[in-house]
Design a protein around this ligand. Structure first.
Ligand code: P6P
Length: 338
């Protein structure tokens, strides 16, 4: 008989393997799961209440803010500001770091997140997602958290995860001990273990890229894409199917479970790519590596990159380790030897 494992039970079981753990880290993971439930409640009924559409504001990215973006951002901040577990937060929706308000204590962890990625898809009922990463603070416990606390390389992550709000709400996380997925049972308000120990499939099925930008890619990325499609000069093409939803978390989640690669390369209009390093690429890179995959900017492991700016963008290739490494090889062959 299958055990019923809630995310709380799973977190406690994981904590037991860290005798020195104080419980603050586990409590922080619960807090994020709670925020996810609050966001899920709104995203899954967005069509029914006046929460669709534009918030009438523009976010730090210069993008028109959707009301659900604002709601999700506020949910993450309000759940996590007063617990005494965090030193500081950083969000895609806020220009600078988000300090812990007086008179609340600061804690030893740092939370970076994209509260609702892909939100422009909500009005057409396409799955969207929350992405988060957790670090230990670098700054002293008796002071406010700092920007440097939020600009750590992915090798310092202690946990990362995402939530996909779709036909069901699934929270996937890792603390460096495998990748585990939980499906929300909204009748109980519980995340139940549904995808234990997710591993990147050995047989890839999909490639995910917006081919409208092909004319603006480098020669290496063009040649790589032809190889993926089986129309290149190479004889070992995987001849994959194309799947691209235009919602990072949804594309990533499908490829993590079914096998494949997602890439958003640099192009002449976006020389740094589009996706964000700190709160999108790095947390997903940690997750995929824990599942046996790999993530790159086309030249090096995403986890090796030291962020310089909270909102810096990066070219992004993530998924099946062999496919991502092959992308690096094509870029090296065609683009770096000019
Ligand atoms: P494009 C959504 O706006 C997003 O940030 C990601 O979720 C998604 O992967 C990407 O942008 C889609 O961008 O240029 O293909 O529409």
């Amino acid at each position: 008989m299958d055990r019923i494992v809630t995310i709380e039970r799973h977190i406690i079981d994981q904590q037991r393997e860290h005798p020195e753990a104080t419980g603050a880290f586990s409590d922080l993971l619960y807090d994020v799961a709670l925020a996810a439930k609050i966001i899920a409640r709104e995203t899954t009924r967005a069509g029914l209440v006046e929460i669709l559409g534009l918030a009438g504001k523009v976010n730090v990215q210069g993008e028109r803010q959707m009301k659900l973006d604002v709601f999700a951002n506020e949910a993450m901040i309000r759940v996590n500001s007063f617990t005494g577990r965090l030193a500081v937060m950083a969000s895609e929706e806020d220009t600078g770091i988000i300090p812990i308000p007086e008179p609340y204590e600061t804690g030893k962890y740092v939370l970076v997140f994209d509260p609702l990625d892909g939100s422009s898809n909500i009005d057409v009922n396409v799955s969207v997602g929350t992405i988060f990463g957790i670090y230990r603070r670098l700054s002293s416990i008796d002071q406010a958290g700092t920007l440097a606390d939020c600009l750590q390389s992915g090798h310092n992550l202690v946990a990362a995860g995402y939530v996909i709000y779709g036909s069901s709400t699934v929270l996937v996380y890792t603390t460096g001990r495998g990748v585990h997925g939980f499906t929300l049972d909204p009748t109980m308000g519980e995340f139940l273990l549904s995808h234990p120990n997710i591993q990147s499939p050995t047989q890839a099925r999909y490639y995910s890229v917006n081919q409208a930008y092909e004319p603006y890619w480098s020669e290496g990325v063009k040649a790589y894409t032809r190889w993926l499609q089986g129309i290149g000069d190479e004889s070992d093409s995987p001849a994959l199917s194309g799947r691209y939803i235009g919602s990072l978390v949804a594309d990533f989640h499908r490829n993590l479970l079914s096998g494949g690669i997602f890439y958003y390369p640099a192009n002449t209009n976006r020389p740094e790519g589009k996706l964000r390093l700190v709160y999108e690429a790095i947390p997903l890179a940690f997750i995929v590596e824990q599942a046996g995959g790999y993530a790159s900017d086309g030249h090096r492991n995403i986890l090796d990159i030291e962020p310089k700016d909270l909102h810096q963008r990066t070219p992004f290739f993530i998924g099946d380790r062999g496919l991502v490494k092959r992308a690096e090889a094509f870029i090296s062959k065609y683009d770096e030897q000019k």
